[in-house]
Design a protein around this ligand. Structure first.
Ligand SMILES: Cc1ncc(COP(=O)(O)O)c(C=O)c1O
Length: 403
């Protein structure tokens, strides 16, 4: 068996997390409560956004953000525009929320939605644009926000992979009307499984708190119902409604975060800045190290107006290379370098989306990356010597392949 020398990810469960988890277990308070509220407040503070609403996954975070549209007058089956290339969860979330996904090809230089193609995808049924900041690279937010403003659409950022990303001085996750982050183990802040929706709009935050809990009328930002008394002054204060905890205002979901998850998340937050710095260092070192491979391998660059969120390191086998992606991935596997493909064109390379009627060739840029893209980890436990070793292995592979 080959020993993994560069694993894709690593999980930090800090001493503080362990202590908090033990306290929850000792007190028997494990459903959403004090720690979840605390984690939300710390998360929103970190991102510079007013409200953070935690949920059970990044996919649910996108789904909840989209479901807010119903309170603003959207009808089920109306349209949401999103890039063809992303992790399939972005498309799935649109389906879960009850909207029709309308896919747009990507710009191959950024791997993000091509802003020049968005406007022609807008119809009278469009309600939102859902840009993805793929591999932490900020999408072209100025153009996206300008188009959405002109057409009266909401912008919902899929920032699952964009911790620490900055676009023209603004944190990714704070630019659109709402933003969704994933807290899955592969991400920079993790709760194991989990997600967070961010918004500066208090009304949207209220709707989100209702949506994640079955559509309840009970949605105060501070209510902690898993305490011994659970007493709430508002609970029976509305004579028309009765018990607000059992009055359901909208069709909701069941996707709250629990205390054990929040405990793990709170433990990670203290290390966030250090982790981010180390990962960003690793990412830039890999981008730089790939420059000599430009004939056969493409990767993105960090432009002056931005900071890439160091989620992972993406690269793509160029047309005309004397090897295939499989050849390279097999070589990496044999050398203990844990690699993943770089997702797929959701509408044309993910079977579940066939019913929409798109055909292979409709999204050439997304499909090319779907067939030829790779990504590997840049996590905080990868050190300079390992990156140098990795670059030597790639050099060795390219020398052999081009002989
Ligand atoms: C771009 C993108 N969107 C959404 C998700 C879904 O997040 P989760 O796995 O937490 O549901 C992911 C997952 O990592 C992702 O990479």
């Amino acid at each position: 068996m080959v020993k993994t020398k560069i694993p894709f990810g690593t999980v930090l469960i800090s001493k503080k997390a362990k202590k908090l988890v033990q306290e929850c277990l000792d007190q028997g308070r494990i459903s959403s409560g004090r720690l979840v509220r605390n984690f939300e407040q710390r998360f929103s503070g970190l991102m510079g956004v007013q409200d953070a609403v935690s949920v059970s996954s990044g996919t649910e975070a996108i789904t909840m953000a989209l479901a807010v549209l119903y309170d603003l007058g959207a009808k089920r089956g109306e349209e949401v525009i999103l890039p063809a290339l992303s992790f399939v969860a972005t498309g799935n979330a649109v389906m879960h929320a009850g909207f029709k996904p309308v896919f747009v090809d990507i710009d191959p230089d950024t791997m993000n939605i091509d802003p020049d193609l968005i406007e022609r995808a807008i119809t009278k049924n469009t309600r939102a644009i859902l840009p993805v900041h793929l591999m932490g690279k900020p999408a072209e937010m100025d153009t996206i926000c300008e188009i959405s403003k002109r057409h009266g659409l909401l912008v919902i950022e899929d920032a699952a992979e964009a911790y620490g990303a900055v676009y023209k001085g603004r944190n990714i996750g704070s630019i659109g009307d709402l933003a969704a982050f994933s807290l899955y183990v592969a991400h920079i802040i993790t709760t194991g499984e989990g997600g967070m929706v961010l918004t500066d709009n208090e009304h949207y935050a209220e709707i989100l708190r209702s949506l994640r809990s079955h559509g309840r009328a009970c949605k105060c930002p501070v209510c902690i119902s898993n305490t011994s008394s659970g007493y709430c002054e508002k609970r029976f204060s509305n004579k028309d409604i009765g018990d607000i905890r059992f009055n359901f205002e909208r069709i909701g979901y069941s996707c709250k975060m629990n205390e054990l998850e929040a405990a793990i998340g709170l433990g990670t937050l203290d290390h966030y800045d250090n982790i981010l710095e180390k990962r960003h260092h690793n990412l830039l070192k890999m981008i730089e190290g790939f420059k000599p491979f430009v004939q056969y391998l493409w990767t993105y660059t960090e432009d002056d107006h931005e900071k890439i969120g160091p989620h992972a390191f993406p690269f793509v086998v160029k047309e005309g290379a004397p090897f295939t992606r499989n050849d390279l991935m097999l070589f990496m596997e044999k050398n203990g370098i844990d690699a993943r493909t770089l997702f797929s064109s959701i509408p044309t390379q993910c079977g579940g989306y066939e019913f929409l009627g798109y055909r292979p060739g409709d999204f050439p840029q997304a499909e090319y990356i779907g067939n030829n893209g790779i990504h590997i980890g840049v996590h905080q436990d990868i050190h300079d010597a390992e990156i140098e070793w990795f670059l030597e292995r790639i050099t060795e592979f390219l020398n052999q392949a081009s002989r």
